[in-house]
Design a protein around this ligand. Structure first.
Ligand code: COA
Length: 186
């Protein structure tokens, strides 16, 4: 696609998101980033690690709905997600990870804003994710994202500790934020 077309199709995000005085760079991932993503997730408990192969699939097949933050060449932030096949107006955010030293700088919102600015998200009106009951950082983050998007946050059952995980993992609560209109105001 020609760059002018891409610019037309890409949604404008607020200027203060685009400006970046540091060396932080946000972009869709490349396949070569899969191993660094895998290492970042391993360094960010309580996130579940998955196979490196799965991260490579995310950085290739799902690159349009994933975003990577790099500082001085190092991968320090990551959001993975997809548009569920039966829910074209939903962005399902699977994992968000920010390296310990880079936390507290609103990098997750910048990663989400980058994904939302893309053509792949033109029909998105809801953000869904799942959170375990005791992940306070994650609850804090998604409540903050709901405020940023100016949309309600609702909780419902999704994957249950016994019924789905057979006691091997805490329940994952489905969090739905929306509906919202993009571009989001900050
Ligand atoms: C969750 C995580 C991505 C947040 O990263 P971060 O860089 O601190 O996030 P931000 O700076 O954007 O903070 C966003 C909001 O979350 C809140 N928050 C962040 N860490 C928190 C914590 N430990 N407890 C409660 N709230 C927290 C912030 O106060 C902020 O709220 P505000 O906008 O109202 O001020 C990071 O802690 C992380 O990678 N944790 C390990 C992996 C994980 O649990 N991921 C989420 C599950 S997929």
């Amino acid at each position: 696609m020609a760059s002018t077309q891409a610019a037309e199709k890409s949604r404008e995000m607020p200027q203060k998101e685009a400006e970046d005085p540091s060396s932080l760079r946000i972009s869709p991932p490349l396949s070569e980033d899969g191993a660094a993503v895998h290492d970042l997730i391993a360094a960010c408990p309580p996130l579940d690690t998955n196979s490196l192969y799965m991260n490579l699939i995310q950085t290739t097949h799902f690159a349009d709905t994933c975003a990577l933050a790099r500082e001085d060449g190092d991968v320090i932030g990551w959001v993975s997600g997809h548009i569920p096949p039966r829910e074209p107006d939903v962005f399902f955010l699977w994992q968000v990870a920010v390296g310990e030293k880079a936390r507290g700088k609103k990098i997750p919102k910048r990663l989400v804003a980058d994904i939302f600015s893309r053509e792949a998200c033109r029909n998105v009106k809801y953000l869904k994710t799942t959170i375990t009951p005791d992940n306070e950082a994650s609850w804090g983050l998604f409540r903050s994202i709901a405020r940023w998007l100016g949309a309600p946050l609702n909780e419902s059952e999704f994957f249950d500790k016994e019924r789905h995980f057979k006691g091997r993992h805490d329940s994952e609560i489905l969090v739905t934020i929306g509906p919202f209109e993009l571009p989001a105001s900050l």
